[in-house]
Structures are given as C-alpha cells and as structure tokens.
Design a protein around this ligand. Structure first.
Ligand code: GLC
Length: 604
C-alpha cells in the first residue's frame, strides 16, 4: 500500500508554505497592483508600430530586410542605412490620408481597452513635435501623432500608452547601437545621450499630452547585461513617478519585477504567451503575423481563433495581451489584421464578461482537454467561465476538480441564461450541452457558485471521451527522480519518462461512473526478450504485465528515420466499485540496461 496520508500531509505543508509566500509576494505588490488595477481588468490592448520604417515595408533599395524575423522596424539597423537617407522614406507618407483616430476606433471595435504607440522606436525618430534635436516629426510636418492619438483616446474612452526606446537609439551618436560592441564604448557618452535626449523627451511626453497611462520601454535584457546603469533607470523611473504618479511601467525598463517591486507589470518575450499563473500583472506583446512594423512579405497570419485562444490563455493565468497593428505609411491597417481584430471584437461583445476583470482560477491550466477556465467574483456570485475550444461530440462537458456544486449553469451567449442540465458528485461536474456550439470560435459556459468554489487539487482530469490519461506530467508523486524526455524528431518520438531504476509513480483520479474499466499502458522497451514486469495497482487489485519488446518503427520513409516504437498494451481491468477518489500506482523495477520508456496509462 502506498503511504498516501503522509504524502498528502507533506503536500498540505508545502501548499501552506506556498500560500504564505504568495501572500507575502502579493503584499509586496499591493501598491503596484492598485496602480495597475485598470490594466489588470482591461486584459486586452493594441500595440501600434508606426514610424519612418513603415515607408520601407521591409525593403531597402530592392533588398529585403536582413533578418528572418521580418522585424520591419529594424530596417535602418539591419540594412545599414545612413540616417539622412533613412529620412527619404518620409516621402511616402501621405499626410492627407493618415488618421490616427482610425486606429483608436479599430481598437475600440476590437474590444481593446488601451493603445500603446511607438512614440520613439529604436531608430530614434519621435512621432511628436519635440524640442530635443531634429529627429522628430516636428521637422517635417505640422502633424503631431502623439497629440492626435491622445485626443482620439480621450474621445473614445481608451487609455494611452507610449513606447519609448530608451536603450537603443540609432540616431543619436551616443545612443546604444549593437554595432558599438565592435569598439570601445564610453559610459560617459551614453550618459550624455541619456541626459540630453531620453530624460528631456520623456519629460515632454509626460507633460504635454495629458494622461499617459503606461510607459512601455523595450530593453529586453536586464540592466546588468547592458550599458544602461541602474542609477539611470531609477532616475527615469522617478521622473515618471513625479510627473504622472498613476502611469504604469513595464519590466523592459530593464528592472525586473523581482528586483524592483515598484515595477508595475512584467512584459514577456515577443509573442511569448503565458505558461503559468502569476500573482503580479503581466503582459504578452504579440503580432498577427511576425513583423511589428508593416512588412509587405510578412504573410503567415495567425487565425482568429488562435488569437482569441492566446487572449484566453493569458487571462486564465492572470495575464494581458497587447496585439499589434503595423499600419502602412498612409495609416492604413492591413486587412488581414483589421479583419481578425474586428472578429475578436465581435467575440468579445458576446463573451467579454469572461475576459474583462476576470483572471486565473486555482486548477491546473492543462487539466481539461476541452479548453481553459477563467474566474470572476461579481455581485457576490462566484463565476467560472469554461472556454470550450472544441465543442464535445458527446454533448457534455466534464469538469474535474471542483468540489462545490454550482447553483446554475448557462451559455454566456444566451441572453436568457436558460439553465443547462448538470450533475455534480464529489469532485466532478458534468454539464449537458446543446449539439451546436453557440460560437464559431470559442464558446463559453458559465458556472455560478454562491461561495468561492472549493477544489480538490492534483487530480487527473476526465477526458471528453470519458477516459483518464495518466502521464509523467500529471503524476502526483514519484517523478522527482525520473527524467522526462521531451518529444523529439519532429514529435515522432513522443514525450516520455525514462525509467532506469525501481520506480513507483502515483496518480489520483475522481471516478464519477463506477464500474470495471480497461487499463492500457503505452511504452517503448528496446530489449529483445521479456525480462521484467510492471504492475498497476489500485489498493489490493494488482495487474502485472510482462514488459514486451516494442522494437522500432519508421518516422518518414527513405530518410533514415528509424525510431523506437511506442506501443499501447491492454493489461487488464480494474473495478471501481463506487464513485470516489482512487489512487493508482505504477511500479516498475527494470534490471541493468533494461530501461523502460513510459508514456501513459489510459483508463476507460
Ligand atoms: C523587440 C524589438 C522591437 C519590437 C518589440 C515589441 O524588442 O526590438 O522591434 O518593438 O520587441 O515587443
């Protein structure tokens, strides 16, 4: 018998410790969170990359941008363009057609709550009339894009954020430019740039354009690895705090949120979505294809449902999504982008309640194979929003892990909130759904609870097809000594646990439908003879199985693509005599050089 009691006690102690730690962290973030509350509630915003580079469209003198990432706003640096010549790109700007209000209207229709524009990108060119230097719009037109955008945001009720490239500046002779790595770099000179350009320009931006809700900096490495000093960053931060105390700052300022809890939110990598729940505010900057600025051969558009799922994913982990437009030099937003955004807006019109002001719930993000959950407390009702990515053919949604019974369940798309039938037992809720999904992208089912819904953690979720998939990733215990081998060779070799020593893995499931169930196990075993056995047990029901050689298979023909074969074996049946929690154990004792590559157990 497995000592589960002890295991759960240890787990409980660990959880209590974690809870206290999280409370302490949450406390340290308290002030920041207050300032960033609007941002946390907003969840969805627009990024705008527009500047001189938009005139190049990813090409310079017939040559394509020298980088496979297609970042068109980097053309000045990548294609080694001289700064005076670079400005000839402004000839393509048709000022009669350029109308920043249209960007704000698009953001609003798309359900976004804020816009962040590249006031100054790495090229060093300011999109406003500046008193600093001559590399800004004021020298070429009487238009001031920051002013126009600020007016439009005010008119349409959106918050305004400004991107300002503080570290990299290819125009100023003392600003950072990666090719300066080739020569001796003077920190005094960099400070001259900092004091003469960065500080006064940020002062202008925060003085002349009304409320700036967010300053978005873009140093994607920590200051300790760059030429910028911590003192310079603190100087910039205190300037902003003095001028606009409510303005929030991102971690790409160069100070991590761990190093300085006064940083309001963490920015993940470009197009990096969240992978775990965080207690502090965070955001993914994302593009619809690859480039940020308009690039005419950037065509790998993400689908609308991919973008909607990116937003849901982030909200389900307490994050934010800022989705980019790269308008052309005449201000026009590429149709492929605007169309997807407008579709997202339509989706949010119906389903926005599950996104705005919503956040993470306590269950593991990968627990359910039908989608993701967000959570919100509203008027003393606690709501779980099940985002169903693939509408189950079985016409029911299995929800594992919530032990509280919901008071009612309905489709978010249904204005009448007609109740859906459901059953609830132990840690399992099963919801009856209509055969047609209410939404072509992602449909949302709402569960209401009179109190905070209680959970039973660390269960393996029941699949929509009715089975349980027990894997190295969802084992409750036993994996600490066992290596997980990620999928490889174009995923023809699946992820598995490499078991070389005597090992016991345990899982916990909640069975709602008692009865006798088949037990299948999938593994690869590369010996020629059956030498040892594995056993799968539930209390005193023990199934023993002589480990079979599984041999090789071919991934792709004629490519020397010989790989280990992973094969499923039915090893018997186990009786689950009543509804309840069950602890399943896999025990393997391989001899010398008899490693077992374990993939999964399937119970159904
Ligand atoms: C990167 C790039 C930049 C882009 C930004 C958006 O850091 O340098 O061109 O503005 O990410 O997240």
């Amino acid at each position: 018998m497995i000592n589960f009691e002890r295991m759960y006690m240890m787990k409980y102690l660990k959880l209590t410790f974690l809870f206290l730690l999280v409370c302490t962290l949450a406390d340290a973030q308290k002030h920041t969170n207050e300032r960033a509350q609007w941002f946390t509630d907003a969840r969805f915003g627009m990024f705008i990359h527009w500047g001189v580079y938009s005139g190049a469209e990813g090409y310079w003198k017939g040559e394509k941008l020298r980088h496979g990432n297609n970042y068109a706003e980097w053309i000045m640096y990548r294609n080694r363009i001289d700064k005076d010549e670079y400005l000839t790109l402004l000839e393509r700007f048709n000022w009669d057609e350029i109308d920043p209000e249209q960007w704000v209207i698009l953001a609003k229709k798309s359900g976004m709550k804020y816009v962040t524009i590249t006031a100054k990108h790495h090229d060093g060119f300011g999109l406003w009339k500046s008193d600093v230097g001559d590399f800004h719009l004021g020298n070429f037109t009487d238009r001031d894009i920051i002013q126009e955008l600020s007016d439009a945001c005010q008119k349409h009720g959106l918050k305004l954020g400004l991107y300002y490239s503080h570290w990299v500046d290819w125009e100023h002779e003392f600003g950072w430019d990666h090719s300066k790595e080739l020569s001796d770099f003077s920190t005094e000179e960099f400070d001259k740039y900092w004091q003469e350009k960065v500080i006064p320009q940020v002062r202008e931006l925060l003085t002349n354009y009304g409320e700036i809700s967010m300053m978005w900096f873009d140093m994607w490495i920590n200051h300790s690895e760059s030429v910028v000093t911590k003192e310079q960053l603190l100087q910039l931060k205190s300037l902003i705090r003095n001028l606009q105390p409510d303005c929030i700052l991102n971690s790409r300022l160069g100070l991590s949120i761990e190093e300085d809890p006064d940083i309001d939110f963490k920015t993940l990598g470009d197009n990096q979505l969240g992978s775990r729940k965080e207690e502090f505010p965070w955001q993914s900057p994302a593009t619809v294809a690859h480039s940020w600025g308009f690039h005419r051969s950037d065509t790998e558009w993400k689908s609308t449902s991919t973008l909607i799922k990116s937003l849901i994913n982030n909200v389900s982990l307490n994050g934010n999504l800022m989705l980019n437009i790269g308008p052309r030099a005449n201000g026009e937003v590429p149709y492929e982008i605007s169309q997807r955004m407008l579709d997202m807006g339509k989706w949010l019109e119906v389903n926005g309640e599950s996104i705005y002001g919503a956040g993470a719930f306590d269950l593991d993000k990968d627990l359910h194979d039908w989608g993701r959950i967000t959570f919100k407390k509203e008027n003393n009702i606690f709501k779980l929003y099940l985002h169903v990515y693939t509408w189950p053919l079985e016409k029911k949604i299995p929800l594992t892990g919530v032990t509280s019974a919901p008071s009612r369940i309905y489709l978010l798309a249904d204005k009448q909130k007609s109740p859906l039938q459901f059953s609830h037992v132990g840690a399992f809720t099963e919801i009856q759904i209509p055969s047609l999904a209410p939404d072509p992208f992602v449909s949302v089912v709402v569960l209401e609870y009179p109190e905070y819904p209680q959970i039973s953690d660390n269960l393996v979720g029941k699949s929509v097809t009715g089975g349980f998939s027990l894997t190295p990733l969802n084992a409750v215990s036993g994996m600490s000594e066992t290596e997980i081998i990620p999928e490889s060779r174009f995923a023809t070799i699946p992820m598995h646990a490499l078991i070389e020593n005597p090992t016991k893995l345990q899982w916990r499931i909640y069975v709602d439908m008692p009865g006798t169930k088949n037990i299948d196990v999938s593994y690869s075993y590369q010996n020629e003879l059956i030498k040892s056995s594995l056993s799968i047990s539930l209390g005193n029901q023990i199934l023993t199985h002589g480990i079979q050689p599984t041999g090789k298979t071919i991934g792709e023909p004629n490519q020397n693509w010989i790989i280990d074969n992973f094969q499923s074996h039915r090893i018997g049946k186990i009786d689950f005599h009543e509804a309840g929690y069950y602890d399943i154990e896999l025990a393997v004792s391989p001899g010398q050089q008899e490693e077992l590559k374990f993939q999964w157990i399937w119970i159904k």
